[in-house]
Design a protein around this ligand. Structure first.
Ligand code: NAP
Length: 267
């Protein structure tokens, strides 16, 4: 990968399809030196040919130091819509170091005719509803729980239900509610197979974060077809006053504009 100290240095905070798409563009941009940062949550992530670093920075202070040490010119926060802590740290560190920050975030899913969504503010609220609401406290459900392997423990407070849990890597057994079936798989998924899966397991309720994107949307289409209700966990609030785009292409255009401005300042 061509790189020099004259290059424009970018840090991409990743762990998403959008970050991977952006990295594919940046692999073709020799005048931009990009580093992809991953939290290290997925055991075998898909890696680009760009420079990659793995693991936390040690909070916003650690990130500020890292940005200065590596002479970073711009940061793209392409973390997952639910990775709110990392986004907040990026906003704080970029404000402190005066490094331009762009948020690359796919839009959320919208409820469509035929959908039955019940919105909840967060995981804890969803689990609390399953445990205590009149609708579900004495009516055991067969739940397709797709919130990710790190976010299962809250559902232990609703042990009367059976959970079909799908994740990329195996969850910690200690985090599981008592009646759980584990399915290890990684998207993209398609609607026919999602519908078959839900029928085979007799699913009566889908629990999902509003992650957005196409890779995992077919579960919602399948729920619509089968008239299965969805407990939808809404997104955490976005950091205020951060420029935001939805596509990797728009992020590249933003980077090129900042690179051009930085070159003009040098001459
Ligand atoms: P989070 O709660 O916002 O972040 C927790 C801590 O993990 C951060 O404070 C940071 O540690 C570290 N971290 C997060 N993203 C990082 C990155 N890209 N590079 C380096 N360190 C990172 O994040 P999360 O929800 O656990 O998500 C972790 C990763 O999984 C993110 O990359 C995210 O894009 C991806 N992901 C998350 C979800 C989800 O539903 N949350 C779904 C799919 C993918 P320090 O404070 O030490 O810097």
């Amino acid at each position: 990968m061509p790189s020099s100290s004259d290059n424009f240095h970018v840090l991409v905070l990743g762990g998403t399809t959008e970050a991977s798409a952006l990295c594919r563009y940046l692999e073709q941009e020799p005048s931009i030196s990009a580093t992809l940062s991953l939290a290290g949550v997925t055991k075998q992530p898909h890696l680009p040919t760009l420079s990659v670093r793995i693991g936390g920075f040690g909070g916003s202070g650690g990130l500020s130091t890292w940005l200065k040490t590596h002479a970073i010119n711009a940061v793209i926060d392409a973390t997952h819509p639910f990775a709110a802590t990392m986004s907040q740290h990026a906003a704080t560190a970029c404000a402190a170091t005066q490094i331009p920050l762009l948020r690359l975030e796919r839009s959320g899913w919208q409820e469509m005719p035929g959908d039955t969504w019940l919105h909840t503010a967060n995981l804890a609220e969803a689990a609390n509803l399953l445990a205590n609401s009149q609708k579900w406290n004495t009516a055991p459900q067969r739940i397709f729980l797709t919130t990710g392997r790190k976010e299962l423990a809250p559902f232990k407070i609703a042990p009367q239900h059976h959970y079909l849990i799908r994740s990329i890597d195996a969850p910690d057994p200690a985090s599981l509610p008592p009646h759980a079936t584990i399915l290890l798989d990684r998207g993209p998924f398609d609607v026919q197979n999602e519908a078959k899966l839900m029928q085979d397991y007799g699913i009566t309720l889908l629990v999902s974060k509003n992650s957005g994107g196409s890779a995992t949307y077919p579960k919602l289409e399948a729920a619509r077809l089968l008239r299965i209700p969805v407990l939808m966990i809404d997104r955490p609030a976005a950091c205020p006053n951060i420029s935001t785009v939805e596509t990797a292409q728009q992020a590249v255009a933003w980077l090129q504009a900042h690179q051009a401005a930085s070159t003009r300042r040098k001459v």
